[in-house]
Design a protein around this ligand. Structure first.
Ligand SMILES: C[S@@+](CC[C@H](N)C(=O)[O-])C[C@H]1O[C@@H](n2cnc3c(N)ncnc32)[C@H](O)[C@@H]1O
Length: 269
């Protein structure tokens, strides 16, 4: 089935980007105009944004932390289908803010939040990560970022931006880690998915260096398709075979973690 999103075009300080604003967040004085949605978010295939097993792990942790999400402001970087935003809203988040680089992800997120009945607590922004939330802080920040060590190969019929992590796999992850502390409230906390082969110890070190404590709270061995494996930088695969990339004949599995982080000394809700 094909969907059309409901996208509002906003121009602020000569920077043009797309933003979906649920009606309650549209306030007098802002410049809003309904755009021709086909200009920015043409018909799209919802299958492009089908949730993955990583998504399911993140949602499981969100569900297990419901009491620390209730009445909190939340942000997801890379909201894709919008299903993680819906999970945050279902746990009682006061607001869910989603950012994604793809226009059709914003349309898909708006559709998911509409279907789930949470559009009134949402604001959605199309653009590059932290640039879409300048100066804003959130109680809870979550992300399931692209983190395949791959140069330029689309896999599984997705957009390249779904998986692309550059040759180290860390291009988006490092950008996230370098910015997250500035967007966390004083007692803020968050969750990220983490493909093991791209060095979870380095991620924890980077979070610590930003004044955040961090730990792995969940690890799963997931299936990994040959198509995805073939798209990876061979050196990364070679260094992890038998460790966190496991072969049984032609069948491949890989380890994925959920990393939780919070301000050092931050209060647990
Ligand atoms: C692995 S998918 C996760 C989607 C969704 N959160 C989920 O768990 O199902 C990564 C998402 O990050 C988005 N993305 C990639 N680069 C981005 C960037 N620079 N800023 C914001 N979003 C980005 C992609 O478009 C994609 O929707």
């Amino acid at each position: 089935m094909l969907y059309l999103g409901h996208v509002v075009s906003v121009s602020i300080k000569k920077i043009d980007f797309l933003v979906y604003l649920a009606p309650p967040t549209i306030t007098a004085g802002q410049t809003h105009q309904m755009s021709n949605v086909t200009e920015h978010a043409p018909f799209f295939d919802p299958n492009l944004f089908r949730p993955s097993e990583y998504t399911a792990m993140l949602i499981q942790q969100i569900r297990e932390n419901g009491s620390a999400i209730k009445c909190k402001t939340t942000l997801e970087i890379g909201c894709g289908s919008g299903v993680v935003l819906a999970a945050l809203a279902r746990e009682g988040a006061s607001r869910v803010c989603g950012v994604d680089i793809e226009a059709d992800a914003i349309s898909m997120s708006a559709q998911t939040l509409t279907d789930a009945g949470y559009l009134d607590v949402a604001d959605l922004h199309r653009g590059d990560m932290w640039a879409m939330v300048p100066g804003r802080v959130f109680d809870v920040v979550v992300a399931n970022l692209p983190q395949a060590p791959t140069e330029n190969q689309e896999v599984d019929g997705r957009h390249l931006s779904w998986n692309f992590g550059g040759s180290s796999g860390r291009a988006l992850l490092d950008k996230f880690l370098n910015g997250v502390a500035a967007h966390l409230a004083a007692d803020g906390w968050g969750l990220i998915t983490h493909f093991d082969p791209i060095d979870v110890a380095k991620t924890i070190e980077m979070l610590n260096a930003s004044g955040l404590e961090a730990k792995v709270v969940m690890t799963r061995l997931l299936t990994y398709s040959q198509e995805r494996l073939n798209a990876l930088v061979p050196e990364v695969v070679a260094s992890k075979v038998g460790k966190s990339i496991i072969f049984y004949g032609k069948h491949v599995f890989s380890e994925v973690h959920i990393v939780e982080f919070r301000r050092i000394g931050g209060m647990r809700a």
